[in-house]
Ligand binder design. Structure first.
Ligand code: TXD
Length: 323
């Protein structure tokens, strides 16, 4: 691109300038992924965070432009839109309690994206995740492979961290998979989780750990969000969720074709049609380029089906709310 070309850098729009939105903007600057537009109903908060982060640019050495406000026109031409707008979970509240509040917010945001950035790759983070990403696709009318939800990367990062600690090995050498909805019914898959390629069941046989310890890690993973909500007392996790969405953004912008668990639109895969649920997908320049259909044993399939049932209920509730 020529000097002064406004398209020289990617443009990333962040809808919601709260805890995750601000962290996303900071990471985008540090990783030099592009220019940032922060949008929030509180335009001053969005503008203030954008200016604050941009003032760190001379120190950290990046040249992204960051602006913030409450005018959807500013997101025009965005390559990626990451949506965190909505209300976070408070102590004692389930993700599902959020459905009524956030379906309406997402419907509004979808309208803004449909009007100003219909070619963007859209990553939804707002809870309850699987239902909100469905609302986004319905209301924006964007193709399903361009609308995806972030949850699995975060859930599997938590799983990986706990496994790495249990085995006393680097987090880099632990891979893990979490399937299903982002909620208490998520399905961490032990068989597909490895240390440098060695499946966890083999590690149990090798005496590196016990089934009981793995079961405890699985349940800690499934309750990973709640553990943080309880500690923070006000709001929910934001550093790891932001890092996770950035990994998805990078795979799209750089056409890395990474295989990541995301809430993706299923049209027959895993026996599910028309739902968004967490499955491994390939993310590249084409958006969700492929849904990876791994074979599940009876027990895993049953857990996955149960998780899909709870997603179905949330989507049915959302359908009523958004008409
Ligand atoms: O794995 C996952 N998907 C998640 C999801 C992990 C952690 C948190 N997850 C959910 O992300 C959480 O339950 C929330 O629904 C979202 C955003 O979390 P965050 O911690 O960033 O919430 P904040 O700090 O409350 O920020 C939300 C912002 C806030 O600034 C509001 O003013 C704004 O959203 N907001 C809006 N912006 C634009 N348009 C509308 N309508 C709107 N309503 C609120």
């Amino acid at each position: 691109p020529s000097e002064g070309d406004p398209m020289a850098r990617n443009k990333i729009a962040l809808i919601g300038a709260g805890h995750i939105g601000g962290t996303l903007a900071h990471l985008i600057g540090l990783k030099e992924l592009g220019d940032v537009v922060l949008f929030d109903v509180f335009g001053g908060v969005a503008a203030g965070k954008a200016l604050d982060i941009m003032q760190s640019a001379p120190v950290d050495g990046f040249d992204s432009t960051m602006v913030g406000g409450s005018d959807y026109a500013a997101i025009a031409g965005a390559d990626v839109v990451i949506v965190t707008a909505g209300f976070p979970r408070m102590p004692g509240m389930s993700r599902d309690d959020l459905v009524a509040k956030n379906a309406e917010v997402i419907a509004q945001v979808a309208e803004g994206i449909r009007t100003h950035a219909p070619d963007a790759f859209v990553i939804v983070i707002t809870n309850p995740l699987d239902a909100m990403v469905w609302v986004m696709q319905q209301k924006s009318g964007l193709p399903p492979h361009k609308v995806v939800g972030m949850a699995g990367v975060l859930d599997s990062a938590r799983f990986r961290l706990f496994l790495a600690h249990e085995f006393n090995v680097s987090v880099e050498d632990v891979t893990a998979f979490v399937l299903g909805g982002h909620g208490d019914t998520m399905v961490p898959l032990i068989r597909y989780s490895t240390v440098a390629g060695i499946p966890v069941p083999d590690l149990i046989r090798m005496g590196w750990t016990t089934q009981e310890k793995i079961d405890a890690i699985v349940s800690r993973t499934a309750n990973g969000g709640g553990e943080i909500v309880k500690l923070l007392e006000k709001g929910s996790a934001f550093y790891a969720p932001a890092a996770s969405a950035i990994a998805m953004t990078e795979s799209y912008l750089k056409d890395k074709k990474r295989v990541m668990p995301c809430a993706a639109h299923l049209s027959g895969q895993y026996g599910i049609d028309g739902l968004y649920v967490g499955v491994p997908v390939v993310i590249g320049a084409g958006g969700v380029e492929r849904v990876v259909e791994i074979s599940l044993n009876e027990q895993e399939q049953a857990a996955f089906d149960k998780s899909c049932d709870s997603v179905k209920e949330l989507i049915a509730a959302s359908r009523k709310l958004i008409g």
